[in-house]
Design a protein around this ligand. Structure first.
Ligand code: 5GP
Length: 188
């Protein structure tokens, strides 16, 4: 199966944001971040695997010195693919963040439970500042309040893939954001 740019492959319903729109918005956010963090190097923390594409695109456009680190989480969801399950760290950061200016980079904040868990964990490690930057925000599903400092797009209550977000590990490499076709969702 080959994916051609913005011709929706099987399993997808429609394009939500084109690659050009995504890139433009990431550039805007990168400019905002570059204007804010001028004093000391900024540490971007990505959550594997969903935020990898967004983090790298963002980092390349930030004009102040940047360090990066990653953590991975496992979510024990109440149902497959459901948001809001119990979160556990399956790969920790390589380095400490004490006294650093940290920006947690997320693919999507949905219920907010994952982000809240990660923020509490990171805050306990003594960063100088701790902010959140997310590619997508679905405020309609929020269960706990989360202050988001930088976000690219607010999205409707539909399952979205592309730009790092997957369905069964597929579609992460799409440069655009698309709505998954509900007919393509299987129970396994
Ligand atoms: P939260 O804890 O905020 O409910 O869940 C965040 C996680 O749920 C995301 O990191 C992502 O793994 C998953 N998620 C929520 N909504 C979507 C979506 O529309 N598409 C994809 N691919 N993952 C989603």
């Amino acid at each position: 199966m080959t994916y051609r740019k913005e011709i929706v492959p099987p399993g997808l319903e429609r394009v939500l944001f084109t690659e050009a729109q995504v890139n433009r918005r990431i550039a805007e956010i990168a400019a905002e971040i570059s204007a804010k963090y001028t004093e000391r190097p900024l540490k971007l923390i990505g959550v594997l695997k969903g935020s990898v594409f967004f983090l790298t695109a963002l980092a390349r456009l930030i004009t102040v010195p940047v360090k990066i680190d990653f953590l991975a989480i496992s979510t024990f969801a109440p149902q497959p693919r459901a948001s809001g399950g119990v979160v556990r760290i399956s790969k920790d950061l390589d380095e400490g963040i004490e006294n650093e200016d940290v920006l947690l980079v997320e693919d999507i904040v949905d219920t907010g439970l994952t982000t809240r868990y990660l923020l509490q964990m990171l805050a306990g490690r003594g960063p100088n500042t701790l902010g959140i930057c997310t590619l997508l925000d679905r405020t309609s599903k929020r269960l706990v309040p989360v202050t988001i400092h930088y976000r690219c797009f607010e999205i409707p209550d539909r399952f979205v893939v592309g730009c790092g977000l997957d369905y069964k590990q597929l579609y992460r490499n799409l440069g655009y954001l698309a709505v998954l076709d509900p007919a393509a969702v299987t129970a396994d």
